[in-house]
Design a protein around this ligand. Structure first.
Ligand code: HEC
Ligand code: HEC
Ligand code: HEC
Ligand code: HEC
Ligand code: HEC
Ligand code: HEC
Length: 248
């Protein structure tokens, strides 16, 4: 038996026997209205404030990832960015928009809109998205279709009105190393509507080194490669067929 058929054998055994989630130990999913919501608490509590609520679904309706994770210096890792209230008030970090013009500012009556420790803050607004195109997991919203249907038109830049992304639409087939496992696909087009090339290259995917052969699900589930986004914010790993379209 070759190594590959042996793997496939174990795979089928485990899959049919215990079910995929037990086999892969997929991380638990938040409720749709809370998927992608964060409580930022690097310094809040130690300074007598409640943790800060931040919702990805509510912000991504108006702004693409690129705005906050490329133009603004937010890390794709909760509590990793050194946000301070002083910098916010100077117009950095949240204050780039929360300045009393684009969005509510850092004034006394607004402290609790951010410092409330409530991950589901803003849930009433979520109900208004009932007519958005559906997906099976995560926010249960198909964000790719929501853009295509014109329900939302998230800004790719807040610094340059005339910014248009570099056209690069190559669809890549990522062959699974296990036989009988349908290939995964990576569409550049769907990603470039939200992200900057440098959000992925070269830190997550180094084209020169060809990381492809390391993309095993084990690593993805550890939050590497596709798992940087497809665990907490973009549609989650549970949605096998969106990446492996021929999977049963
Ligand atoms: C309005 C700003 C904003 C937008 C737009 C935005 N993010 Fe974020 N994102 C943040 C902030 C703030 C954090 C938390 C950073 C911190 O605490 O250091 C974060 C954290 C993350 C994390 C880490 C989550 C975790 O649980 O650790 C991921 C992944 C992420 N963002 C992906 C995305 C993707 C993908 C998009 C586009 C679909 C996006 N973000 C759009 C502001 C934004
Ligand atoms: C738009 C959201 C937002 C608003 C409004 C806001 N803050 Fe913050 N604030 C933050 C974020 C994000 C941090 C970083 C939190 C962390 O890492 O724990 C922060 C940090 C802080 C800290 C921690 C220490 C420091 O100085 O950085 C204090 C204290 C604080 N804010 C007080 C306030 C007060 C008082 C108000 C109202 C006058 C206020 N904040 C309004 C988002 C906000
Ligand atoms: C690129 C612009 C932008 C950035 C950066 C940004 N916000 Fe917002 N935020 C908005 C807009 C626009 C609204 C909706 C308008 C309003 O409520 O004034 C909003 C609304 C909110 C709300 C109200 C609840 C909701 O979902 O409607 C909270 C809470 C909030 N932001 C927290 C934050 C925190 C915390 C940060 C920084 C970690 C942040 N925002 C960074 C633009 C931004
Ligand atoms: C969401 C992440 C992501 C973004 C954003 C992204 N790429 Fe990629 N890119 C990938 C992945 C994954 C691969 C495959 C890497 C591998 O095989 O090791 C890849 C491969 C490539 C390749 C090699 C293609 C081949 O045929 O081998 C080029 C060139 C490339 N990207 C250019 C770009 C450019 C230009 C942009 C911005 C317009 C961009 N990428 C944005 C993830 C991304
Ligand atoms: C965000 C995209 C994405 C999602 C969602 C996804 N996969 Fe994958 N999967 C991949 C990529 C990329 C590879 C690696 C392909 C390669 O070898 O280049 C892969 C590889 C695999 C492999 C081959 C073995 C290995 O670890 O490399 C199996 C089995 C697999 N996936 C099963 C699943 C199942 C079951 C689900 C749903 C629970 C799922 N995948 C969801 C992207 C995804
Ligand atoms: C830096 C963040 C990031 C990384 C890394 C990333 N994605 Fe995505 N991906 C997104 C976002 C954002 C979307 C838009 C849809 C959403 O948010 O649910 C998306 C959409 C997709 C879609 C489009 C589905 C459709 O309905 O058209 C596929 C397929 C996909 N990703 C596969 C992958 C694979 C495979 C990898 C790893 C090789 C990967 N992604 C890595 C952020 C990312």
């Amino acid at each position: 038996m070759t190594r590959k058929t042996l793997y496939t054998f174990f795979f089928l055994l485990l899959f049919t026997g215990t079910g995929q989630s037990a086999y892969w130990r997929l991380p638990p999913l938040a409720a749709p209205k809370e998927y992608g919501n964060l409580l930022i608490n690097r310094t809040s509590k130690t300074h007598g404030q409640k943790p800060v609520t931040f919702s990805h679904w509510s912000h991504r309706m108006q702004y693409a990832c690129r705005v906050c994770h490329f133009e603004l210096p937010f890390e794709m890792q909760v509590n990793a960015t050194e946000i301070t209230e002083e910098a916010n008030r100077k117009g950095e970090f949240c204050g780039a928009c929360h300045n009393g013009k684009t969005a509510f500012g850092h004034t006394d009556k607004n402290c609790k809109k951010c410092h409330n420790g409530d991950r589901s803050y803003g849930k009433k607004k979520f109900k208004k998205l009932a007519k958005f195109p559906k997906s099976k997991f995560g926010n249960k919203i198909n964000w790719v279709k929501a853009v295509k249907q014109g329900r939302i038109n998230p800004k790719l830049s807040i610094l340059d009105e005339s910014y248009t992304p570099m056209p690069y639409n190559k669809l890549l087939k990522l062959e699974a190393e296990w036989s009988m496992i349908p290939d995964a696909f990576f569409p550049h087009e769907a990603h470039n509507r939200w992200l900057d090339c440098s959000n992925c290259h070269p830190d997550i995917f180094n084209i020169k080194k060809k990381t492809t052969k390391h993309f095993a699900m084990k690593y993805i589930l550890e939050g590497r490669f596709c798992g940087v986004c497809h665990i907490d914010v973009a549609f989650p790993i549970d949605d096998c067929r969106r990446c492996h379209p021929d999977m049963k």
